[in-house]
Structures are given as structure tokens and as C-alpha cells.
Design a binder for this molecule. Structure first.
Ligand SMILES: [Zn+2]
Length: 479
């Protein structure tokens, strides 16, 4: 990546020019397809639904389709609007573009051929990139993935061509491998670049996992994750992509390591593990107890919405009556709502089976009246086994299960109900208690202000997890 910053402006100008040319081509092809679609429609008006089409569909689908075609015909007969033609044209374009599920991971050994990348004497970046890429591919293939190289041998292929090949092949991921160089030879470590401006692709999580795992595997300096929309291979690819700089050739010690097979093996291990974690995430169920609260719950919902993450809220009836709009918002935004209790008072709750059930029913009715949800999931205040319910917990559990309700305890916690913790401490507690488990039910409290403040960092701390809401189909975690 030698001299990247200095060349950026010139390269960007060239890329924009190429991009404009591609756009003109794209628009021309779209126009041709729309004209084609109009011609097809005219032909369809004259003929019945073809027998060939009918055999492909199931009987039910076919009826629906016939109805649609009939409807379309009459609509066309009535107005024959150009709008309809455009819509059908778009549909045809979409059908033409329908591709099978992507399966191939593109590994890009940076530079090649006449472009050696950065170098120190005989040590060329392109060669180290090549050797690491080969090892990464070997490991990925052993894990069962399909791999394609952006360059097969030592040939020179332009960056844009590499990306266009990956795009054309409908690749699953694009990972580019490079070495770094800097005038200050004391600088060392690993950095990973990604395009953070394109939110349609999950670039950041891929970059985060590859950076994290490679640092873990090598013990190298964890420099940084860099969001940059101007790098060609990460910016112009249509699949999640990142570019890792695995070390500085300008740093004598790091250069020496990069020249050993053992170190390159560690780097490859890290990159492959990062890719694997990205493609096979662990599962975390974020659960929030004791809400809703006006301030904190709304803040939490804002963050979850922005990140398109669904969680589970075990609510208190008393507060649902107080903040009905927040309870409705929880449901409207796709989160799971479950019952915690009606009034959070351990002594009266756990006095007997009857007192527990009476409180539960009150909360259940409130949630139903306010949100329309017939809650099936619940969480015991203090967990299913606690200091307050020792004599009655088994009877209560039995009674609640007979009534068809499912309770969830937890196996990790922010410990935000225990004492006054800073947001940093809450995130640390969550990391420490989750122990890297494949399946985590995380306890948090949306009444606690610092929990809302900690949420963004909390989500960033678990890139290897996919966040899901609990459902009746989720296997319960119980003490
Ligand atoms: Zn509670």
C-alpha cells in the first residue's frame, strides 16, 4: 500500500471516470430491457397463459397467477399506462439479475506482476501477500468454504478488474491482504480497512472480526479499524469486504516475522477464523428486565432500531400502565415482550403460589390490554431460584408450566442491578460473564440509565454474535 495517501486524488479521478462509463452502459442496458419488456407485454395480451408456465407453478400458485395476469390484462386494456410497463420492465430486469445464493469467498493477494507493492530490498509485499493468501485459502477450504483468488499466480491485474470479477461471480465475501510501509520504522501492527459509508453491506463486522482474530492469533499490535469509502477493492465490491494490512515491512522486527512461515501461518489462522465467525455467528439474546421506563427504554429502542437488532423485554405491569406508548413501541418494532411481574416486590410475590399467580395475571392482562400481545414468555424476578422463593419456587414453576408459560433465566449479565456501575464496567461485566459461549442469554435492565449509555459499546464488544429476540421456539436457559 506504499504511497496510498499521496496517490489517492489522482486514482480517485480515474475511478470516477471509469465509474461514469459503467453508469452510462448500465442506463443503456436498462433502456433496452424496458423496450423489450413492453414488446413482451404486447405479445402477452394476444395469448393465453402458456402451458409451460402452468406446469412450473403449483395449482394454488397458478390460480393466483392467472388472476394476476387477468387483472393485469384488464388494467392494460383500460389504461395501458406507461407506468405499468416500467414496473414490468423493472420486474424483468430483476428476474434477469436473480442469482443463486453466493458461496465463494474471494481472497485477494494485493499487487502482483510488475506491481510489487512496497518493498525492502528483495522482500516484496506482493510475495508475502501471496503466501498468506494461499494459507488462508487452504484453511478456509478445510473448513468447507469455496475460495477464489483475485489473482491466481503472480500476474498483474488492476484493482477494479479484481472487484468486477468478484461482483460478476456473485461472491460471498471479498478479503484483500496487504503489507504496510511507513517512514517511521518504529510503527508496527495490524490494521483493517472497510467502507463504513455503505450500510447495505455488513463491512464493519467483517473487518472487526478479521482484525480481532488476527491480532489474537499473532499477538501483534492492534492498530485500528479504519472506515474509508475511497479504497477501490472495499468500496466498489458489492459483497461485504475488507482489506487487512497484516504488518509493516518498514519495521525491522515485524518484517523479520513476516518472512517466517510460522508467523504467516498465525496470520492466516486469524483471517480464516475471522471469516468463519462472520459467516457462522454465535447467538446472543439480549433481554431487558424491569421496564419500560420513559427515558432509558426509549434510548435503548433508538439504538436497537438504528442497528436493526431485536431484543426481549420482560416488563413490569405497573410501568406498562404508566408508559403504554413505550410498551407499544417495543412490540411495534419487532421485539419480544414477556412478563416480569406486576409489582416488583419479592416478599409479596413469593409469599405463595397463589400470590405469585395473582401478580402474574395482573401483569399479563395489562400487557394484553396495552399491546394486544398474549405473552408466552416470562422471567421470574430474581431468577427462577433466588433467596426469596426457596420454599415455593418448585410449585410456582410447575403451576406456570402447566399454564403453558415458558420462563427464561440467563447465563450472562451486565450486573447492572447489583450496584452503580459505569457504562465501561457494565460492558466489561457482560464480556466477562458470557465466557465466549455459543449461546448467550444476556441479562440487562432497561430502567438503569447507564445500561442505555453502555448499549452501543456493548453491541460493539460482541461482533461474533448475532443478536436475536427470544421466541417460544428458543430453547430456554434455566438455572
Ligand atoms: Zn427484576
Amino acid at each position: 500500500m506504499y504511497g496510498r495517501r499521496a496517490w489517492r486524488r489522482e486514482r480517485r479521478r480515474k475511478e470516477i471516470r471509469r465509474y461514469m462509463q459503467a453508469a452510462i452502459w448500465g442506463v443503456s442496458i436498462l433502456c433496452i430491457l424496458i423496450v423489450f419488456a413492453v414488446m413482451m407485454l404486447k405479445a402477452m395480451e394476444a395469448t393465453e397463459v402458456s402451458a409451460a408456465e402452468a406446469t412450473v407453478e403449483t395449482a394454488a400458485e397458478n390460480k393466483q397467477k392467472e388472476a394476476t395476469v387477468q387483472q393485469k390484462k384488464s388494467t392494460l386494456a383500460e389504461e395501458n399506462s406507461s407506468q405499468e410497463k416500467v414496473a414490468t420492465g423493472a420486474l424483468l430486469v430483476q428476474q434477469a439479475a436473480a442469482k443463486p445464493e453466493p458461496t465463494t469467498i474471494v481472497i485477494d493477494p494485493g499487487h502482483g506482476g510488475m506491481d510489487g507493492g512496497c518493498n525492502v530490498g528483495e522482500i516484496l509485499e506482493k510475495d508475502i501477500n501471496r503466501m498468506i493468501a494461499d494459507k488462508v485459502a487452504e484453511k478456509l477450504e478445510a473448513m468447507g468454504y469455496e475460495v477464489m483468488f483475485a489473482r491466481e499466480g503472480d500476474e498483474y491485474i488492476e484493482k477494479l478488474e479484481r472487484v468486477e470479477n468478484a461482483n460478476k461471480n456473485n461472491a460471498l465475501l471479498y478479503v484483500s491482504i496487504h503489507q504496510n510501509f511507513y517512514e517511521d520504522s518504529s510503527v508496527e501492527g495490524i490494521e483493517t480497512w472497510y467502507d463504513g459509508s455503505d450500510t447495505t453491506r455488513d463491512n464493519e463486522r467483517l473487518a472487526q472480526l478479521i482484525q480481532q482474530e488476527t491480532v489474537k492469533a499473532t499477538g501483534a499490535v492492534d492498530r485500528e479499524l479504519i472506515s474509508d469509502s475511497e479504497l477501490c477493492v472495499t468500496g466498489k465490491s458489492t459483497m461485504p469486504a475488507c482489506l487487512i494490512e497484516t504488518g509493516f515491512l518498514s519495521n525491522a522486527e515485524e518484517r523479520k516475522k513476516l518472512c517466517t512461515e510460522e508467523y504467516r501461518e498465525q496470520i492466516a489462522e486469524g483471517i480464516a477464523n475471522g471469516i468463519d465467525l462472520y459467516l457462522n455467528p454465535k447467538v446472543m439474546y439480549l433481554t431487558f428486565d424491569d421496564g419500560p421506563s420513559e427515558e432509558s427504554t426509549e434510548k435503548i429502542l433508538d439504538i436497537l432500531k438504528e442497528r436493526n437488532i431485536q431484543a426481549t423485554f420482560f416488563v413490569i405491569g405497573e410501568y406498562v400502565r404508566k408508559y403504554p406508548e413505550t410498551a407499544k413501541r417495543i412490540v411495534a418494532e419487532g421485539h419480544t415482550i414477556g412478563i416480569h411481574c406486576d409489582v416488583h416486590d419479592y416478599n409479596s410475590l413469593y409469599a405463595s403460589v397463589d400470590s405469585y399467580v395473582a401478580d402474574f395475571e395482573k401483569a399479563y392482562d395489562t400487557v394484553y390490554e396495552v399491546t394486544g400481545v398474549e405473552a408466552k414468555l416470562f422471567r421470574f424476578p430474581g431468577g427462577s431460584v433466588n433467596d426469596f422463593n426457596k420454599g415455593v419456587c418448585e410449585d410456582i414453576i410447575e403451576e406456570m408450566e402447566n399454564r403453558g408459560f415458558i420462563y427464561y433465566d440467563w447465563n450472562a449479565s451486565l450486573e447492572d442491578a447489583v450496584e452503580d456501575c459505569t457504562p465501561e464496567k457494565l460492558v466489561q461485566n457482560a464480556v466477562d460473564t458470557s465466557l465466549g459461549r455459543a449461546r448467550v442469554v444476556m441479562l440487562a435492565h432497561d430502567r438503569v440509565e447507564n445500561t442505555a449509555y453502555a448499549l452501543e459499546d456493548l453491541l460493539d464488544a460482541f461482533p461474533e454474535y448475532e443478536m436475536r429476540p427470544l421466541t417460544v421456539a428458543s430453547k430456554p436457559v434455566q438455572f
